[in-house]
Ligand binder design. Structure first.
Ligand code: KIV
Length: 289
């Protein structure tokens, strides 16, 4: 029996019941399947892929075609989670028309169920147009990585009274425009809690404290894939980077020593040993499922 897909209504109901929402980033089908099976409510195909997959210092170089490619892969992997695709830098800032056209491509070509865009009240008109076109919008305020240069780096926002008031006004404007959820990134927990209490739509925090309706982390950070990066707001649940290096190091040593592949891992013109599984074509989809 297939699991019921998480929708914007499921998420609103979670907030009503006080059930915390979980969101994780995913960039490919294998991770999408694993995170979906783990029970994540939302898979965000974040433009963070520009940093963790493509190796850039910021998210700014990511293109819409990059996003569509990764969204399609994630959409193939997940059955239950809602899939949200990030609108990359300069695919919506220039005009409402451009934003509508590009968001439409993420939905039609990328297979996403919703899009996310960064920024506050200045995008209210675009949000309203997207929602009127049938495209659910997740907002994103606070530390918005696409404004890296404007912010002067990755800096916590809303630390003084004026900054906090701006964030609260932005949150209200996005809700009024029809956004179904908001990411609150890099802001004092008091401000995030105040926004969460003021809105009927769910908030999903990252570096915004425990008072949000849900939490999101970049999957590579949660798994400990990069030992050079350990900001305060990340909790590492595994040391997968070390596991990968260890496993690959052992493979390299085995190959160099001539101990991989063994006879049992090789094909032969002589008959296969009793009990050996029927040979599968290399990398057939049936062999991998
Ligand atoms: O791009 C991303 O991964 C994000 C999350 C950090 C919220 O926007």
């Amino acid at each position: 029996m297939s699991a019921q897909r998480v929708t914007i209504h499921t998420l609103r109901a979670c907030k009503g019941r006080g059930e915390r929402i979980t969101m994780l980033t995913a960039y490919d089908a294998t991770f999408a399947r694993l995170l979906d099976e783990a029970g994540a409510d939302i898979l965000l195909v974040g433009d963070s892929l520009g940093m963790v997959v493509q190796g850039h210092d910021t998210t700014l170089p990511v293109t819409l075609d990059d996003m569509i490619y990764h969204c399609r892969a994630v959409a193939r992997g997940a059955r239950r989670a809602q899939i949200v695709g990030d609108m990359p830098f300069m695919t919506y800032q220039e005009s409402v028309e451009l934003g509508v056209r590009n968001a439409g491509r993420l939905i039609k070509e990328g297979g996403c169920h919703a899009i996310k865009l960064e920024g506050g009240a200045q995008h209210a008109e675009l949000v309203a147009r997207l929602v009127a076109s049938g495209i659910p919008v997740m907002g994103h305020i606070g530390l918005t990585p696409q404004s890296f240069h404007q912010m002067g780096g990755f800096r916590v926002q809303g630390k003084d009274a004026a900054g906090a008031a701006r964030l609260i006004a932005d949150a209200r404007a996005l809700e009024a425009a029809g956004a179904y959820a908001l990411v609150l990134e890099g802001m004092p927990s008091e401000v995030a809690a105040e926004i969460t209490a003021a809105l009927a739509i769910p908030t999903i925090g990252i570096g915004a404290g425990v008072g949000c309706d849900g939490q999101v982390l970049v999957i590579y950070d949660l798994l400990g894939m990069d030992d050079r990066f350990k900001p305060k707001f990340v909790r590492r649940y595994a040391d997968v980077g070390a596991t990968i290096k260890d496993a690959c190091g052992r493979f390299i040593a085995d190959v160099r020593a001539g101990s991989f592949p063994a006879q049992a891992e090789s094909f032969s013109t002589i008959s296969e040993p009793a009990g050996a599984p029927a040979a599968l074509p290399f990398y057939s989809s049936s062999g991998r499922k």
